[in-house]
Design a protein around this ligand. Structure first.
Ligand code: ADP
Ligand code: MN
Length: 177
């Protein structure tokens, strides 16, 4: 049997604009043994693409290629994984799934600041209203490891980071031997 990982793998998910990357950057500073993987960057750096979507003006991530690259890193543990898609990572390699949620008018403002075009903004607002990312998380992982956190304000983000750090410390205590 493979040795158990010494640090937990935390997946931070949510509709684009809900605050994944900002939250993960704060987390990385607090969790000294963790490595942060922003999957958009990771897929680009490792060329895990299967094509280009002209309509969306974005590369299509090939999930098999992505997993080939990422799985050995996840097996080591201590990964903070930042992606809006959460149903591709094997359940046995994920210890906590955080789904960030955001109020729709706030999300609209954030996506507009990002200069997303209207159709892309609408697509993401619809996804957030319908809770698509949360539903995918519940379909893919045991309910006990999925937590939904509001990320409307800076205070909420700080609280979320504190909660994830506290959860990690607790995990370490429970997996000491
Ligand atoms: P994601 O990685 O999920 O697409 P980002 O972390 O890039 O989201 O956040 C998008 C924008 O919204 C950034 O300008 C960020 O500073 C802001 N933001 C995200 N979460 C919050 C929050 N909880 N409170 C205030 N601003 C936030
Ligand atoms: Mn991001």
């Amino acid at each position: 049997m493979l040795p158990r990982r010494l640090n937990p793998n935390v997946l931070v998910s949510g509709t684009p604009g809900t605050g994944k990357s900002t939250t993960c950057e704060l987390l990385q500073r607090r969790l000294k043994d963790a490595t942060y993987y922003n999957i958009s960057d990771f897929a680009r750096e490792h060329n895990c693409y299967s094509g280009y979507d002209e309509g969306r003006k974005s590369h299509i991530v090939d999930e098999d290629l992505l997993l080939d690259e990422l799985e050995p890193l996840l097996r080591k543990g201590g990964a903070i994984v930042d992606w809006h898609v959460n149903d591709v990572f094997p359940e046995r390699l994920i210890d906590l799934v955080v789904v960030l949620r955001c109020d729709n008018s706030t999300l609209y403002d954030r996506l507009q600041m990002r200069k997303y075009h209207d159709a892309k903004i609408q697509e993401n607002l619809d996804a957030e209203i319908m809770g698509v990312v949360m539903q995918d998380a519940l379909d893919s992982y045991a309910q006990e490891i999925v937590v939904e956190l509001r990320s409307d304000t800076a205070d909420e983000m700080d609280e979320n980071v504190d909660r994830i750090v506290a959860w990690t410390e607790n995990w370490l205590k429970q997996h000491k031997d």
